[in-house]
Design a protein around this ligand. Structure first.
Ligand SMILES: [Zn+2]
Length: 438
């Protein structure tokens, strides 16, 4: 009996993430109507499936599309706009004033398009976004065919987007409602940070998260001063305050978590929360080094994020995997900390689980949607290759990504983005650069 398939992909190496640590050779993946319908030995799939197209990728590793668990995509327009400053000064003197002057739906649509193009070409098929005008971000993501989890942002002070917490919620919830039939778009509650959100707003966020069954995406314990200020203002550390408000649970995507005591790590593990680790942003802003190796050992789920382009300055999960590995080895003094399969899992399934999307994406398994990334590993610069998983972390960069599919549809082929022209992206970037320096 042969079953029909739209596409059969036969890579040199298949790294499915589930089962953990597997690197399969002579295997193939069959895709039909956007879904992975079979994963198995190539000879077997050749017998059992009749595909319309066969793609042999004899020099490539095939991995799940990567999930960027924390970003502010539209800030691609602020790439390199304010470098080499500490977080609070960087925010209050450079980023917030620029945003107050320029951020509007057009800024978000154009910036997110630039970000999506960069991420897709680098093998990222889904991103968790925290920014304003989510309907404009959705438009950009859908233009390039990318999966997005958009933030229902809450922040206590007014911006060009909204006047007060109720206004932020009303606008973002309306956007969610208008996009409820888009299979590539989902939402997260996104209270900005403990120091910018009141107890009353956190209570509303929790109620809505439970009613709508959404994750809660928040910056937390990013800097030492954030914790010191909380001790003065609330008499407790931010995580303790959030625990008291009921925010700490399986829905929580705790972004950064740079300063975590052992009992806080244990609490995150017990509650089934996720840390969205952003090592490049933490290093660049000199925030510190998150205790990811101990958190992983304690059973905390870890995902990887780039953060926004203003603090990174690229949306590149290959960088994040490598930086996470190197940083963990340095801070623990243990060269075995964070192996390649740990990092590949954080960059894929960890993010999918954080977003509640693990039944749809995050690993290469029959029944999941076909979000896939092929990485070509045969350049002389990469040779020899004894262990393709280690190569993806320590050798290859995103320039080696050759093919990307989202929901079974090719979005990158032979390194080229199919939905948008490079010259159009450059024109958009130039337009906003002119405005920002005016
Ligand atoms: Zn951030």
């Amino acid at each position: 009996v042969t079953e029909r398939a739209d596409l059969l992909i036969a890579p040199r190496w298949l790294i499915p993430i589930e089962p953990a640590g597997a690197v399969l050779e002579d295997h193939a993946v069959a895709v039909r109507a956007g879904q992975i319908v079979a994963v198995g030995p190539r000879a077997e799939l050749n017998r059992s499936h009749e595909p319309r197209e066969v793609l042999v990728l004899g020099e490539h590793a095939l991995i799940p599309g990567m999930v960027n668990a924390h970003t502010h995509a539209a800030m691609a327009l602020l790439r390199g706009y304010a470098d080499d400053m500490p977080l609070m000064q960087w925010l209050s003197e450079r980023i917030w004033p620029a945003e107050a002057k320029h951020v509007c739906a057009d800024f978000v649509r154009d910036g997110t398009l630039l970000a999506c193009a960069e991420m897709l070409r680098g093998g990222v098929t889904c991103f968790n976004d925290m920014y304003f005008h989510p309907e404009a971000a959705a438009e950009a993501a859908l233009q390039v065919g990318m999966r997005a989890a958009l933030g229902i942002i809450v922040i206590e002070f007014p911006t060009g987007y909204a006047a007060d917490p109720d206004d932020y919620l009303a606008k973002s919830l309306a956007a969610r409602d208008s996009l409820r039939h888009e299979p590539l778009i989902s939402f997260c509650m996104a209270p900005h940070a403990p120091y910018t959100v009141s107890d009353r707003s956190f209570e509303r966020v929790l109620t809505l998260a439970e009613q709508l069954d959404l994750p809660i995406h928040i910056h937390i314990h990013e800097t030492r001063s954030e914790i010191e200020e909380s001790l003065v203002r609330y008499g407790c550390r931010p995580l303790q305050r959030l625990t008291g408000l009921g925010i700490v649970g399986p829905r929580l995507i705790a972004v950064h978590g740079v300063y975590l005591e052992p009992d806080e790590i244990a609490s995150l593990a017990t509650h089934g929360a996720t840390i969205a680790h952003c090592p490049t942003s933490n290093m660049k802003l000199a925030s510190g080094a998150a205790p990811i190796a101990p958190a992983l050992a304690a059973g905390v789920r870890i995902a990887l994020g780039t953060d926004g382009c203003a603090s990174n300055n690229r949306l590149d999960l290959f960088w994040e995997m490598r930086h996470a590995a190197l940083l963990a080895k340095v801070v623990t003094g243990d060269p075995t900390a964070l192996g390649p399969h740990d990092l590949l899992r954080m960059a894929t399934l960890g993010g999918a689980q954080a977003l509640g999307l693990e039944r749809r994406i995050g690993s290469i398994q029959a029944g999941k949607r076909a979000d896939l990334c092929a990485v070509r590993l045969v350049e002389a610069d990469y040779a020899p290759c004894y262990d393709p998983a280690a190569h993806l972390v320590h050798v290859a960069g995103r320039e080696a990504v050759s093919h990307v599919w989202v929901d079974g549809i090719a979005r990158v082929r032979e390194h080229a983005l199919l939905q948008v022209r490079n010259k159009d992206l450059l024109a958009v970037a130039q337009l906003w650069q002119n405005r920002l320096i005016a």
